[in-house]
Write a protein that binds this ligand. Structure first.
Ligand code: ATP
Length: 348
């Protein structure tokens, strides 16, 4: 079921086009991520959905109702800001109860709802704590509870994990996702962090320069990027300019590779883990001789930079008992690339 529709939305700030005719829909109950580098317009788009900014063109529909001109407070959309925007002079209870006080409900009902959401974010017993006495992760949970307590139709999260340290960020990723699933609330999450996007989302929209340039599940975005921007922004890749001649690609250094049938584009993207490295050379299709220039070990994987006719290939292999530990810098090796792992792309 389609819940939130963004139809031809654009926004300019003087000469800057922040959002450039964005047009897609977000399924009811899904966790949807806007992913892109700083300045690509994702926050501006989120703020238009929240109703803080008016779009120059287009419409926003929520459950078939046009909300484009409805004031923010009447949209039934909750938002958690990057800096949480909690009220420092109010305690945890008062912060969470804030949005309920302006609704016409009894003190008892307010109390019950605050308790419910405090439990959901696992902060039972924190009612009287001051905001300044909370850790970053706890403030984050108060901010979540405060947005959720009014039971919005959509939850907007603007880079909510960026102020937390790496360990806590990993933990909150799981907590937020679990909470979202439990409540079944449609959630839009803004981030520039590809790992957050890949691990948390049902669907990801990748943005560049105000435009949405690809939408898909995390697996689709990772395995089948449709342009060079997505291929390099989401995950690591080997990107080469190439001339496509029938079912082969010719790299600038002259080497020829078999590719999937009927591929079109002018770049190849090959993930480092899709390349096999070996000291034995078998004369097979898509096997190339090269020399190891660098080896980097990080515990989980070993990365090799292999020079093949002056073109560098990054190859990564899991550090387990199957790895060839005899490979050293300076060694002659061969690399093998299966044609199905080569994505042929256009520039973006
Ligand atoms: P970040 O991750 O850094 O927040 P973003 O992808 O969310 O980036 P936006 O904040 O939406 O990007 O900004 C998109 C573009 O619009 C940027 O070039 C920004 O400088 C510009 N912009 C945003 N808000 C305003 C404003 N109020 N006035 C003028 N320009 C703005």
């Amino acid at each position: 079921m389609v819940k939130l529709v963004l139809r031809d939305i654009s926004k300019k700030f003087e000469d800057t086009t922040a959002v450039d005719y964005v047009d897609f829909s977000i399924d009811e109950g899904s966790f949807f991520t806007f992913l892109g580098p700083s300045g690509c317009g994702k926050t501006t788009l989120l703020r238009m959905i929240a109703g803080f900014i008016k779009p120059d063109t287009g419409r926003i529909l929520l459950r078939n109702k046009d909300i484009t001109h409805i004031p923010s407070e009447n949209r039934e959309i909750g938002m958690v800001f990057q800096n949480y925007a909690l009220f420092p002079h109010l305690n945890v209870y008062e912060n969470i109860a804030y949005g309920l006080k302006i609704k016409r409900i009894t003190k008892k009902e307010i109390g019950n709802k605050v308790e419910k959401y405090l439990n959901l974010v696992r902060l039972e017993g924190y009612e009287n704590r001051k905001i300044t006495e909370l850790s970053g992760g706890e403030q984050q949970r108060v901010a979540l509870a405060r947005s959720l307590v009014v039971e919005p139709k959509v939850l907007l999260l603007d880079e909510p994990l960026s102020n937390l340290d790496a360990k806590l960020r990993d933990k909150m990723r799981i907590e937020i996702r679990d909470l979202q699933k439990e409540l079944g609330i449609t959630t839009i999450f803004v981030t520039h962090d590809q790992t957050e996007a890949l691990t948390m989302s049902d669907k990801i929209a990748v943005f560049n320069k105000g435009k949405c340039i690809q939408i898909g599940t995390p697996r689709e975005i990772y395995a089948a990027p449709t342009n060079t921007f997505v291929a390099t922004f989401v995950g690591e890749t080997n990107l080469f300019e190439a001339e496509i001649i029938d079912d082969e690609a010719k790299l600038n250094n002259g080497i020829m590779m078999d590719i999937k049938k009927s591929s079109t584009g002018s770049y190849l993207s090959i993930r480092p883990q899709d390349i096999k490295i070996s000291k034995e050379f078998k004369n097979m299709r898509n096997t190339f001789k090269g020399k190891v220039e660098k080896i980097q070990f990080n515990g989980v994987v070993v990365e090799y930079i292999v020079d093949v006719v002056r073109t560098k290939f990054k190859v990564s292999a899991l550090n387990n008992i199957y790895i060839d530990t005899e490979i050293n810098v300076g060694d002659e090796v061969s690399i093998l690339i299966h044609k199905n792992t080569i994505n042929v792309l256009n520039n973006a």
